[in-house]
Design a protein around this ligand. Structure first.
Ligand code: NDP
Length: 687
């Protein structure tokens, strides 16, 4: 740290709606290739309480936006960033990343915004809170029950990010947070902070999010944690040591503030014992990719590669052959295929860790120890270049370091295993990881291996010749899948589709009457008040329909002719419908109507056939056949408007419309429920 400003760019913090530029206590960041100082970072003197208050006062406006408003804004933010991506690529060169490495970070990050935006628009209603489940009955007569709802936490999320993904690392966390309706304060790692700063500047410039919903502290967090309260959350990505220290902060403990940690882990790749030639190649390719991409600086990268003892030599030879062709150095040179580490500090750290690993394993390729690899940079000393490095540990059961120490760079240790029991025990020595790959022959059953290793991992990637064509790879976290892992990996979960959004919301079990539940969940609940009208619901526009609007249809007696005709028309001659003798021996004791006939006959009862505002029926959900309908039974339908969701008009030529969900209950002459389901219709809005 320098007390005084150098004559280089000073990175501000983006807080309280303006730039905060510190005057002392700077940390200088150097160019990963040339070693030149490029900018300095400090947040000394920042008023962290004011930053937290600002997020809560202004950024909390997000909670009043609906899920779709938040998701639409996020999509526009993603488009805005995509238009400026070249500015971000230009800054990424200072971190030693190749164009391909930077693509994962920049476009991978922006892609995560798009994916989250579309997930929320697809899966959630256009509401400010989320109703998690259907009515849970808690009484005999249906007057008391419950639902769980999730509301945006009335606080702020602090995201502390790692240096290796300055863009993706931030975006993958702020996407679910903002969608939940919660403002964020981001603290990027000092290395790479320039890139994060550029992205946050662009997001703020876009004006697409409420003021205060995204602030950035470049530098240290100082007493930030002391100003958090019970509604706030903290996430952390980085080293296990820092994570453990921060997690133990007394203020976080005192207020039960959730702390989600994603720390370095010693991820595995496993080659199956029966591996054929093609499978060995797949394994080698995957390990190679994980060593070289982002110069191995990925939290998911393969650190331990487990190989059947009799295949170790083959794997070793093929991997080294591939790595010999890698050209490491300054990514601006055309011949360079692998970039550098993020800083000289990281290079020294990796070198030290390789030395610790080499106490138990032989370095067979690369490293600073062998000097059998040339680096394509002007000044090797000043650059953060480190060669791809392979170690072999022949006695992994006796080793400690290789299961515990993560060299956060292009380093992998190969080790033999003899049987499944040994493999399971060795993998578990990593004490919990983000991800493992099992590489198998396409026709091989690896369930036993999976059962052993799944409890130790947040994700398991099964690779074979069939999935290899389209696999996203061992190292890529996917928005829809959980990213995190037990134990050493931090014990947290990120991404995982809507799980991450829910993380920033409070789940509350709401108990009450069907009417109370209809009111708070904006969705009609069985037993709640209904409204009947002489005008058929299909004659009403989206805006005219009321939640709870009910049509009680005419009755229809089901005859033998109905069953025979439906069987002939559909070709469904299942014995319980069509074979009197077999049906007599069945669970039902006699012939019963086809369930699909009941659904069709119900439509015949509730549909109004004349043209009207209903545009289409586009689906059905939660269908259950509760009781059989026998010949001579009489059915009737209760058809109730359950939920309404207006839809955004994509172009002016399209008729404005919304989705109406109808609750359908088909009952018999004893008032018993025989079938229940929801149908989804598109209904025009009032002109
Ligand atoms: P750190 O754990 O030190 O830093 C991670 C983040 O925490 C950075 O933003 C850092 O800020 C911040 N931080 C550090 N100390 C504090 C503190 N007292 N209060 C608040 N924030 C703090 O990791 P490094 O970046 O130094 O990397 C070290 C090692 O971590 C790597 O070698 C690798 O093994 C592992 N790592 C794991 C990653 C993963 O994804 N799981 C990703 C990156 C690294 P600042 O940069 O300003 O210090």
């Amino acid at each position: 740290r320098n007390c005084y400003m150098l004559d280089i760019k000073t990175l501000s913090s983006l807080v309280l709606g303006k730039d905060y530029v510190a005057q002392s206590d700077f940390r200088t960041v150097n160019h990963a290739i040339t070693g030149e100082p490029i900018y300095q970072v400090s947040s000394a003197g920042i008023d962290t309480k004011a930053v937290v208050d600002y997020a809560k006062e202004y950024g909390s406006a997000l909670a009043n936006w609906t899920f779709h408003q938040r998701a639409n804004a996020l999509k526009l933010v993603a488009q805005y960033l995509l238009q400026r991506k070249e500015d971000f690529y230009a800054l990424a060169t200072a971190t030693g990343a190749t164009r391909k490495d930077a693509w994962i970070d920049i476009e991978g990050g922006i892609g995560t915004l798009f994916a989250y935006s579309s997930l929320v628009r697809r899966e959630l209603s256009d509401e400010t809170t989320l109703v998690e489940d259907a009515w849970i009955p808690l009484s005999k007569n249906g007057t008391f029950g419950a639902k769980h709802i999730l509301s945006p936490k009335a606080g702020v999320a602090i995201h502390i990010d790692a240096f290796n993904f300055p863009v993706w690392g931030m975006l993958e966390k702020i996407a679910p947070t903002l969608l939940a309706g919660v403002p964020c304060i981001v603290k990027p790692a000092t290395e790479g902070a320039e890139l994060t700063h550029a992205v946050v500047t662009a997001i703020n410039e876009s004006g697409l999010l409420p003021e205060g919903s995204l602030q950035l502290i470049c530098g240290q967090t100082y007493d930030l944690f002391d100003h958090l309260n019970v509604q706030d959350t903290v996430t952390f990505t980085g080293s296990a040591a820092t994570g453990q220290k921060l997690r133990a902060h007394p203020h976080l403990n005192a207020y039960s503030i959730p702390f989600t940690m994603e720390a370095d882990s010693v991820n595995s790749a496993i080659l199956s014992p029966a591996a054929n030639d093609e499978t060995i190649d797949l394994f080698v390719r995957e390990v190679f990719r994980e060593v070289t991409t982002k110069a191995g600086q990925k939290c998911t990268a393969i650190r331990r590669a487990f190989v059947p003892a009799d295949l170790l030599e083959t794997v070793q030879t093929r991997l080294v052959e591939k790595l010999q062709k890698v050209v490491v150095g300054d990514p601006s040179r055309e011949e360079v295929t692998m970039g550098t580490l993020a800083s000289v500090k990281q290079k020294l750290d990796v070198a030290e860790k390789v030395e610790q690993l080499s106490q138990e394993a032989e370095v067979i390729f690369g490293s600073h120890l062998r000097k059998d690899f040339s680096l394509q940079v002007d000044d090797e000393e000043k650059s953060a270049c480190y060669p791809p490095t392979v170690l072999v540990c022949n006695n992994p059961s006796q080793a400690e370091n290789i299961h515990r120490i993560e060299a956060f760079g292009p380093v992998v240790t190969l080790m033999p295993y003899r049987d499944q029991a040994e493999l399971g025990a060795l993998v578990a020595r990593g004490e919990g990881s983000l991800v493992a790959s099992i590489v198998r022959n396409a026709d091989e059953n690896i369930e036993a291996v999976l059962k052993k290793i799944a409890p130790w991992h947040g994700r398991v990637h099964i690779l074979d010749s069939e999935s290899a064509r389209e696999s996203t790879g061992h190292g890529s976290p996917i928005p829809l899948l959980v990213h995190g892992g037990p134990g050493r990996a931090g014990g947290g979960e990120e991404l995982g589709g809507l799980r991450a959004v829910k993380h920033y919301m409070q789940r509350t079990a709401i108990q009450g009457s069907p009417d109370a539940m209809t009111q708070v969940s904006h969705s009609w609940t069985a037993g709640a008040q209904v409204f009947e009208d002489r005008v058929h619901p299909f004659k009403k526009s989206f805006d005219e329909l009321r939640i709870g609007e009910r049509l009680l249809t005419a009755r229809r007696t089901v005859t033998e002719a109905d069953i025979v005709n439906f069987g002939s028309l559909s070709g469904d001659h299942f014995y319980v419908h069509m074979d009197k003798i077999a049906a007599a021996d069945s669970l039902f004791g006699e012939r019963i109507a086809h369930g699909y006939f009941i659904v069709s006959a119900a439509a015949g009862l509730f549909v109004d056939g004349t043209p009207g505002p209903v545009i289409a029926n586009y689906g059905m959900e939660n269908l259950r056949f509760v009781e059989p309908v026998k010949i001579g039974d009489t059915i009737q339908v209760e058809f109730t408007c359950k939920q309404k969701t207006p839809k955004a008009q994509r172009d002016p030529a399209e008729k404005a419309h919304g989705v109406v969900v109808w609750d359908i209950k088909v009952k018999n002459q004893h008032n018993e429920l025989v079938a229940t389901y929801d149908i989804l219709t598109l209904v025009e809005r009032s002109a």
